[in-house]
Design a protein around this ligand. Sequence first.
Ligand code: ZN
Length: 388
Amino acid sequence: MKPLFLNGPVQNGPFTFVSHPGKSVGIRLAAALNAVLGQPPVPHLWNTATLAGDLRYRAANGPRVSRRRFDADLIERKYAPLQSPAGGIMTDTDSEVADLALEMVEHNLRTGFLAISRETVRTCRRCGHMTGDGGHPCNACGSTDIQDRTGLHLVARPATNRPVLDRSDIHASHRQQPRHLQHTAGSVDRPVILSRTRDHGIQLAPLGLDRLVLDPRVGVHVTVLAAARRHRADLAVMTITQNAANHVAAHGQHFREHDGIRLKYALHGHLPFDDRASLEPLHAAYRVTQTIKDDFEKWFLPLFSLRAKTATKPDQLVALFKHYMRAYLAQPAEVNEAVMNDVRRRVSIGDTDWITNRQSLANVIAARSEPVMQPTPPTYHDGPRLEQ
Ligand SMILES: [Zn+2]
């Protein structure tokens, strides 16, 4: 199966990619890997069903635009003019995602993995927000007046025959499987509540759960599957940090396979963007152009984060930049197809050794600047209309 890489939906906060370059790593990583495989551009995925988003919209003092427009505007401002993603933007509340989510929930209800049952949850008496366990005040309104409230909820039964995550859920070659993650994410022994109180999200009213939405940790999985379905891929690989994967895995356990599409995680680490100044002497020594600096930061480092699954340390930057420059300067005049096929095979199975191999990297860099024959994108709409 040829994977299609998609970013784990990014929370739509009030940041920009310039102020928070780390937020774009999953998007850039997915784009870099898809390009190696000759996959068409994919949508950038965004998570808008957040409590922070609810509070921001409320605080905007009665905005005259819909919540959907409000979030779309915030997303749009993250991209420079004329830099909108070629594959478009998809959010976790788009109708395409909501339709698929309800289809999957209904399927899971029929098979018994999900159920609608009476559950008792900690709920704010002042605003009705489900606050979760722990003695903290309400995250939505700050009230400490919190009580147990019983009502109907959508719940996932814990899978008895497999851990929340196993080897087959992670897109990594055998040797590069992170045991730690499977251990920490693997301990769920009670039903997981999948319905939440949110102003914005995938409404569960069609299931009789009024005023509840699907937990966004489920929604991020469905968003990735919806994008894969649009591209007619059968293997969707979500780029995600280990922490985030630990946070969403239990909620996603019945939402990683549907209608012939399988979802796996490609785990990546954090990058030390705050320490980029340490590279300035090297930039001067190599007399690098802005394009080379950008390619290192926005293309190579995201790829490297796939190898360094926890975090890349600031003191690794110099060695990484030297490695990148040596590969850059070793680019062949003509791309070696045998080397590229080996790289593509490795990308397809989650092997990352090619990233630190100078010859492989040199060929991939050379292939990037070659005019490529893009495969014809799938037709999932009427196609562009030509002006008469
Ligand atoms: Zn409250």
